[in-house]
Design a binder for this molecule. Structure first.
Ligand code: T4K
Length: 378
């Protein structure tokens, strides 16, 4: 039976994997009036200054540099720490993680993921280290924390830097506080598809004022003052509109995260009795942001993953296969020795089974019903 997901006018309404939470327009307009009045559009204007401080306060970190997007933040983080040679990273991520390495002339070395965390497997990192290795670039996939203590211990032993791609990990905390405090740097994304959005946007979290200063030079062409260029920097600056949206979003983020947590709880309860559909274990000992809701389609389920994916689409549920294909399968990576599928078996298996279901504030009861009926094959 085909099931139709209808909106209040009885029309079929597509449900996407996410829908950006937006603050009421009336809350944005005063910011726009101020921008229109002071004509400061970018280059570290008043909203940029306020937003950096407000984010530090909200996230519980000391030094943040705002960026135009998360990818520029990643590229700049690698520049800031002068990373060269080889960097160990995960194949199970969005392609921007590895692209940032190629843009810096760095060779990615892919290491397999752990079957529970779906993050870089610390047991497999050491075997991939060579004299050319300078850093580890792990990803907190779906906002689920990496094994940060074990990664740091390996980095300390071999004298490596650690840059966390924390694009999914806004507001996530472990027992000690923000997970953004780990490693040498962490980068965030505020893209439209993220739990916290400034339309496009990103940030680097630094451990100290000196590193933040270097990053701030790098994101502004390398200018230290009007006549001094200290590095071949780039234009990575966030503009005043993005910063204003961020300030307005911060007032609503706790509510948005609470709604996501409720959807997560509901999904887990509804899927508990479906043979062959596996939810990831809930991260319990820290604050989670429920950025994604991945399910794994196991062999006991009557449909293959792609058959279920297509069935969802037929019912207007535009779930996504994040992260399929693996980064290591794309043409610019697949010739690398570390991209061999035989060494990335866990990542390959998960990538062939995963579907990320819609999760966002305001997901309707009707959508829940269609998702459940589709999974129950009615
Ligand atoms: N590192 C990691 C681990 C990342 O996941 C990402 C980005 C980055 C680094 C780089 O950060 P940024 O440079 O992007 O700041 C999306 C996003 O474009 C990408 O930001 C994100 N990761 C990745 C996981 O997902 P697509 O190609 O799946 O996006 P798209 O346009 O198909 O959007 C998905 C759904 O979201 C749409 O079907 C509808 C909904 N949507 C999307 C947009 C853009 C909206 O409702 N409104 C919108 O404006 O890549």
């Amino acid at each position: 039976m085909d099931i139709k997901n209808q909106n209040s006018d009885g029309e079929e309404a597509p449900i996407y994997v996410t829908r950006p939470f937006l603050p009421p327009l009336a809350e944005i307009l005063p910011y726009l009036e101020q921008i229109w009045s002071n004509h400061q559009l970018t280059n570290g204007g008043p909203f940029h200054v306020q937003f950096e401080q407000a984010l530090c306060d909200y996230l519980g970190v000391e030094h943040i540099s705002l960026f135009a997007n998360g990818t520029l933040a990643l590229v700049t983080a690698l520049q800031a720490l002068r990373i060269t040679g080889e960097v160990i990273t995960t194949p199970y991520s969005f392609v921007a993680t590895a692209h940032a390495l190629l843009w810096n002339g760095i060779k990615p070395v892919f290491v397999d993921i752990h079957p529970e965390t779906l993050n870089l497997d610390p047991d497999k990192i050491e075997a991939a280290i060579t004299p050319q290795t300078t850093a580890i670039l792990p990803v907190h996939v779906y906002g689920r924390p990496c094994e940060t203590d074990r990664i740091q211990a390996i980095a300390d032993t071999y004298g490596l830097k650690v840059i966390y791609d924390a694009a999914h990990a806004f507001a996530v905390e472990d027992e000690g506080g923000s997970i953004l405090r780990h490693g040498d740097l962490s980068i965030l994304s505020f893209h439209a598809t993220k739990v916290f959005t400034t339309f496009e946007g990103g940030a680097i979290v630094s451990p100290d004022a000196k590193t933040k200063k270097r990053i701030d030079y790098l994101k502004n062409f390398g200018f230290a003052d009007e006549v001094t260029v200290v590095a071949p920097g780039i234009n990575g600056k966030m503009n005043e509109f993005q910063a204003a949206v961020g300030l307005a979003q911060l007032r609503h983020i706790d509510q948005a995260l609470a709604e996501r947590a409720e959807i997560d709880r509901r999904y887990r309860k509804l899927f508990a009795d479906i043979t062959g559909i596996r939810c990831l274990t809930s991260p319990s000992s820290h604050r989670h942001n429920h950025a994604y809701f991945p399910i794994l389609v196991e062999p006991e389920y009557p449909l293959l993953r792609d058959e279920l994916y297509l069935k969802f689409r037929k019912n207007s549920i535009y779930a996504r296969r994040y992260f399929y294909p693996l980064i290591s399968e794309f043409p610019m990576y697949r010739a690398l020795p570390s991209a061999k599928p035989s060494t990335l078996t866990v990542a390959g298996e998960i990538s062939s089974r995963v579907i990320c279901l819609p999760i966002f504030p305001g997901l309707s009861d009707d959508a829940f019903q269609v998702i459940c009926k589709t999974l129950h094959l009615m």
